[in-house]
Design a protein around this ligand. Structure first.
Ligand code: ADP
Ligand code: AMP
Length: 216
């Protein structure tokens, strides 16, 4: 199963792909997570990516495409993968098509998660993530049992640097301008499935499992 999760920041792509990755036992590839890991390790890539991320802008296409192409060649992607946060521009979408074509593969479906803008802002500003294992929480919608502590690994929960109100608004604008056109791109390829993400995360997950049954 080769999937792409599409949708604005805060739609629940990470939440749903974490769950689906466990259920299907295929890797969840988040370009945002790859950049954050590099920032933590202070690699050259991380230092470069942070310049863009802190401003709510997209990291240049050539950098992201190279990372994803390399990642897809790893052995754990043989049985499939789910991409979260990639592609985000038409250039990236075309590069993905070409890379898969060279590997003799294609995408099975693209899951587009829809959520109204006001809800996205409260989801993003209330998001907390585990510093150690990356598990996603929300102060109201999905709080940890012990405040500030990850229920899975005991790590400290932090707010992402780009989850401030100002940066969130910029990210949503960038999404509308650069990424939203991919809805048409994948609709034209007949592989887009849209889910109502403005429901409880468990309900969205049930809808998601139903949707992918139809595209395997
Ligand atoms: P994305 O990966 O699309 O940016 P996330 O999965 O990180 O989004 O979710 C953003 C925030 O919204 C997180 O704090 C998460 O806990 C919360 N969240 C995710 N799905 C839902 C949902 N269906 N209802 C309420 N909150 C949600
Ligand atoms: P995310 O974790 O998906 O919310 O991504 C966080 C940030 O990482 C984005 O706001 C971008 O700055 C950067 N990023 C992640 N994926 C991409 C991508 N496919 N193209 C460009 N920038 C990206």
């Amino acid at each position: 199963m080769r999937l792409v999760f599409l949708g604005p920041p805060g739609a629940g792509k990470g939440t749903q792909s974490e769950k689906l990755s466990k259920e299907l036992n295929i890797p969840h590839i988040s370009t945002g997570d790859i950049f954050r890991k590099n920032i933590k390790e202070q690699t050259t890539l991380g230092i470069k990516a942070k310049e863009y991320m802190d401003k709510g802008l997209l990291v240049p296409d050539d950098i992201v495409v190279e990372i994803v192409k390399t990642r897809l060649l790893e052995s754990d992607c043989k049985e499939g993968f789910m991409l979260d946060g990639f592609p985000r521009t038409e250039i990236q979408a075309k590069a993905l098509d070409n890379a898969l074509k060279e590997m003799g593969l294609k995408l099975d479906c693209v899951i587009n998660i829809e959520v109204p803008s006001e809800e996205l802002i409260s989801r993003l500003t209330g998001r907390r993530v585990c510093k150690e294992c990356g598990t996603i929480y929300h102060i109201k919608y999905d709080p940890p049992k012990i405040e500030g502590i990850c229920g899975l690994c005991g790590g400290q929960l932090i707010q992402r640097d780009d989850d401030t109100r100002e940066t969130v608004e910029r990210r949503l604008k960038v999404y509308r301008a650069e990424t939203e056109p991919l809805i048409k791109y994948y609709t034209d390829k007949n592989i887009l499935i849209t889910l109502d993400g403005n429901k409880d995360a468990e309900e969205v997950f049930e809808d998601l499992k139903g949707a992918i049954r139809g595209c395997i």
